[in-house]
Design a protein around this ligand. Structure first.
Ligand code: AGP
Length: 367
C-alpha cells in the first residue's frame, strides 16, 4: 500500500504521533491482558536456563538494547553484555555455548548487525531477533523471532520502531524473570498493568508538542547541546543526542549525568544548552545535583521530568517539559516522545531535510 504523510508535514512527525497506537499494537502481541501475563512466541529452548545475554545492534536500536540491559539485569538477574555490531564482530567476544544473543534492528538488514548475528550463530548462540520488518534477513535467521508491530518506518530518524522495541524488550525481561522464578504472579500482573498504561502516557506526552515547538528556538542557535540522564535515562540521553545530530546537524552528546564532572563539564557555558532527562525517583536527587553543577557554571538547562521533579528542581531552568508521572519501567517509552519532538522541531526551525537528512541512509546495508 502507498504510505503517505496524512496531515503531517513529515514522515518523522507522523511516526512520532503514531507511537501510542503502534506501541499498543505491539504490546497486544506480548501481553495477555485477561490472564495478567506476558506472552512470548513458542521457544524450542529453555529461557530459564539462559545464563548470559549478549545484545548487539547499531544506532537507535543499540540504545534500546542499553535500556533492555538494565531491565534484564534488574528483573531477571541475568548478566548482559552489550556492544555495537561493528565492534562486536571484530573483538573476538567470549561466547559460551548456549548463551542467548539478542539482535535488535528496525530494518533487519543492517550489514554490521547481520554479520554479528552470523558470528554468534557460528559460536553456538541461541539467536533472538527484535525486528520491525518481518520478511528481513534477520527475521529469517532467528531462532526466536520477536517482531515489533510499528508498521513501515519511512523517516531516516528512527522513532516508532524504537519505542516498539522497548515494549518488546520490557515484555521479554518480564518473561525471562518469570522463567527464572523471580516473578510472582502478582508482580507479573503489575508489570502487565504498567506496560498497558504506556500508550496513554505517551499520548499525554504528545500533548506537550506545542510547548516543545515553542522552545525549539532556544536550542536551534546552539552549536553544541548536551543530554544527561542516569540509569535507563542514560541511553535516553544518548538517543536524544543522536536524534538531534541526525536531523538538525547540531553537535550533541549524551552523557551519564554522573560523568559530567569527569570532563564534559569543561564545555559548559551560556551557549551550551543541557537537556536533563530525569523522572522523579530514587536517583532524581543525584541527577539534580549534577544539573546544579551545570547551572553554577552558567549552563542553560531544559529539565524533562514529572510534576514532582519539576516542583523540586524546575526553578532556575531555562525551560521545563512536564511528563506524566509513570512507573519507571515505562518511563523510557514516555520520555522518548519529548526527546524526539525536540529534535524534530529544532530541525524544522533550521529548515533541514527532516526525513532525508544528509549523508544518512534508512538502512545501512554496507559495512
Ligand atoms: C536512527 O535514527 C538511525 N537512523 C540509525 O542509528 C539506526 O537506528 C541504525 O542504522 C540501525 O538501524 P536498524 O535498526 O535498521 O538496524
Amino acid at each position: 500500500a502507498m504510505i503517505d504523510k496524512g496531515n503531517h508535514r513529515h514522515f518523522m512527525q507522523k511516526e512520532i504521533y503514531e507511537q501510542p497506537v503502534v506501541v499498543a499494537q505491539t504490546l497486544r502481541a506480548y501481553l495477555r491482558r485477561m490472564e495478567n501475563e506476558v506472552a512470548m512466541p513458542d521457544m524450542d529452548f529453555d529461557l530459564g536456563a539462559v545464563r548470559r545475554i549478549t545484545i548487539v545492534a547499531c544506532g537507535t536500536s543499540f540504545y534500546a538494547g542499553m535500556v533492555a540491559k538494565y531491565w534484564f539485569e534488574k528483573f531477571a538477574r541475568v548478566p548482559v553484555d552489550i556492544d555495537v555490531a561493528s565492534e562486536f564482530r571484530y573483538r573476538d567476544p567470549v561466547l559460551e555455548k548456549g548463551g542467548l544473543a539478542l539482535f535488535i534492528s528496525q530494518s533487519g538488514e543492517t550489514a554490521d548487525t547481520l554479520a554479528a548475528l552470523r558470528h554468534a550463530r557460528a559460536a553456538d548462540q541461541i539467536i533472538a531477533v527484535v525486528v520491525n520488518v518481518p520478511t528481513s534477513s534477520m527475521a529469517r535467521e532467528a531462532d526466536l523471532l520477536l517482531p515489533t508491530h510499528a508498521g513501515p518506518e519511512i523517516g531516516v530518524a528512527s522513532t516508532k520502531a524504537f519505542t516498539c522495541q522497548l515494549a518488546v524488550l520490557a515484555a521479554l525481561a518480564a518473561n525471562l524473570a518469570r522463567a527464572k522464578g523471580l516473578l510472582t504472579p502478582a508482580e507479573e500482573a503489575e508489570i502487565v498493568w504498567h506496560l498497558s498504561e504506556a500508550p496513554a502516557a505517551m499520548n499525554e506526552a504528545l500533548g506537550h508538542d506545542g510547548e516543545i515547538e515553542a522552545m525549539a528556538h532556544l536550542i536551534a542557535p546552539a552549536r553544541d547541546v548536551l543530554y544527561l540522564g542516569r540509569g535507563p535515562d542514560y541511553p535516553m540521553a544518548l538517543e536524544g543526542a543522536l536524534k538531534l545530530k541526525e536531523i538538525s546537524y547540531i553537535h550533541a552528546e549524551g552523557y551519564a549525568a554522573g560523568e559530567m564532572k569527569h570532563g564534559p563539564i569543561a564545555l559548559i557555558d551560556e551557549a551550551v544548552p543541557v537537556i536533563v532527562i530525569a523522572p522523579s525517583g530514587p536517583l532524581f536527587e543525584k541527577t539534580v545535583s549534577n544539573m546544579q553543577e551545570v547551572q553554577a557554571r552558567g549552563g542553560k538547562v531544559v529539565l524533562i521530568s514529572d510534576a514532582e521533579g519539576i516542583a523540586l528542581a524546575g526553578e532556575g531552568c531555562m525551560a521545563t517539559i512536564e511528563m506524566p508521572k509513570v512507573h519507571p519501567l515505562i518511563a523510557p517509552l514516555v520520555y522518548a516522545v519529548p526527546v524526539q519532538l525536540l529534535a524534530y522541531h529544532v530541525a524544522v526551525a533550521k529548515g533541514t531535510d527532516v526525513d532525508q537528512p544528509r549523508n544518512l541512509a534508512k538502512s545501512v546495508t554496507v559495512e
